[in-house]
Design a protein around this ligand. Structure first.
Ligand code: ASP
Length: 423
């Protein structure tokens, strides 16, 4: 009997199994089978594994309906339509573009050695120039955010790619995501250990699979298939992050001891003991906020994009994933409203769906982008939780934080070009 079963091969693709029918008998058999198979299927076949649908790429090629270009729009009104401008199918170049990047939320900016601050500013300047030149030349926002984030990933000064923090096992696990505001296509990777530029792999997840998020070994296997640049995990090492890891471990050990001590003094179920333990837990979740990178951009066709990349939190548990690869938490983009990239205590950003919340406030509550960002940072999140950058559909740039600082750069077609670390 002809079995029409399918099996999954080692690489995950579906392949037909066992076809032992010769050409001589194939045609008569096929005719017979096509007539009789419904009957046979009912009588004898075990449930047939249905063929998986053909891999459907993310909707990267959707053509937006022609809409009018809005030269400028009050940021307080949510645009009712995507500002993608097409005339006879060709994108209209508005001449207007805007870009913001960040190199992470900062605590105690003044305590960062001056030399390091200068070096960070120089790196942010170089990345901002790259993004500016690309957008000014008519490049897409997606290319701009990927290019900028890749540059910052390659820079050992930031906690993404080279220079990523150490996890509790003494290694590096990297997370990244990217989102296209025109189509809402998005891609992300989490817990990758050998991918030199996680943001590039995230973009391939977006364009070459029907999925949004790949993790760990599966993401690495996908990287093999994509032939993307790989490195040994030790490539991500830096002395700076190693020292921070040592300090963090010592601090966490001390906090655990203190919590244990107060627990002993008050009995196993004593109120103070439980509070002490909770407090230690909460403190342990708070990062030294330095270094996650991100970029948001509006291109001359009115398309928004966002990307974020990180090594996560120092001494994080093996397998911990933060907000950066979670679409809607650390990254979001929608042409109708804004593009957002976050940095800070990932657990809080996930809990409150921060990046999507900024979008939703603009879209549904009709808040201006600066107000939406400020409310999320000051009314929803707690002081010191983190920071975010955003660009509106009208090119308005916002960089805001409830930490001591945010390493950031802002540029637009009106001539703005600035890099800052503190207030
Ligand atoms: N948000 C990142 C995470 O929690 C860390 C950071 O931004 O510093 O993984």
């Amino acid at each position: 009997m002809i079995q029409s079963t399918w099996r999954r091969s080692a690489n995950g693709a579906f392949k037909p199994a066992g076809r032992a029918v010769t050409m001589a008998v194939r045609w008569p058999l096929m005719l017979f089978v096509s007539v009789a198979s419904p009957v046979f299927a009912q009588m004898t076949n075990p449930p047939v594994t249905p063929l998986p649908p053909p891999p459907k790429a993310n909707p990267t090629t959707i053509t937006a309906p022609p809409v009018q270009v809005k030269a400028s729009g009050p940021a307080t009104q949510a645009p009712s339509k995507a500002p993608t401008a097409l005339v006879d199918g060709a994108p209209v170049q508005t001449g207007r573009w805007a870009l913001a990047l960040h190199g992470g939320a900062l605590d105690e900016v003044e305590k960062i050695p001056l030399e390091r601050r200068r070096a960070m500013e120089a790196s942010l300047n170089a990345a901002l120039r790259q993004g500016r030149d690309l957008l000014a030349a008519g490049g897409t926002s997606l290319d701009a955010v990927e290019r900028v984030v890749k540059m910052l990933e390659d820079d050992p000064l930031f906690n993404a790619g080279k220079g990523a923090v150490y996890n509790a096992a003494g290694g590096h696990e990297l997370d990244a995501s990217i989102m296209d505001g025109r189509t809402k296509a998005c891609g992300a990777v989490a817990g990758v250990t050998t991918v030199k530029n996680p943001v590039a792999l995230a973009r391939l997840v977006m364009t070459r699979t029907r999925h949004v998020l790949l993790i760990g070994a599966g993401a690495e296997q996908f990287a093999d298939e994509m032939k993307i640049e790989r490195v040994d995990n030790r490539y991500f090492d830096t002395d700076y992050q190693f020292e921070r890891w040592q300090r963090r471990k010592a601090q966490e050990a001390k906090e655990a001891n203190e919590a244990h001590g107060s627990n002993g003094a008050n009995g196993a179920n004593g109120a103070n003991g439980a509070n002490g333990a909770n407090e230690a837990k909460a403190k342990a979740a708070t990062p030294d906020k330095k270094g996650t990178v991100g970029c948001v951009a509006l291109d001359q066709s009115g398309n928004l994009a966002a990307a974020t990349s990180t090594g996560g939190l120092t001494n994080k548990r093996f397998g911990r994933v933060g907000d950066s690869p979670v679409i809607g938490a650390g990254t979001y983009a929608d042409n109708a409203t804004c593009a957002v990239s976050c940095t800070g205590t990932g657990e809080e950003f996930i809990r409150h769906g921060v990046a999507h919340d900024v979008h939703a406030r603009v879209r549904y509550a009709r808040q201006s982008l600066p107000d939406a960002v400020s409310d999320v940072l000051r009314k929803t999140l707690q002081p010191d939780d983190g920071a975010l950058i955003a660009v509106g559909a009208d090119g308005r740039l916002v960089a805001d934080f409830n930490t001591d600082g945010l390493s950031r750069g802002l540029a637009d077609s009106a001539g703005r070009f600035e890099v800052k670390l503190g207030k």
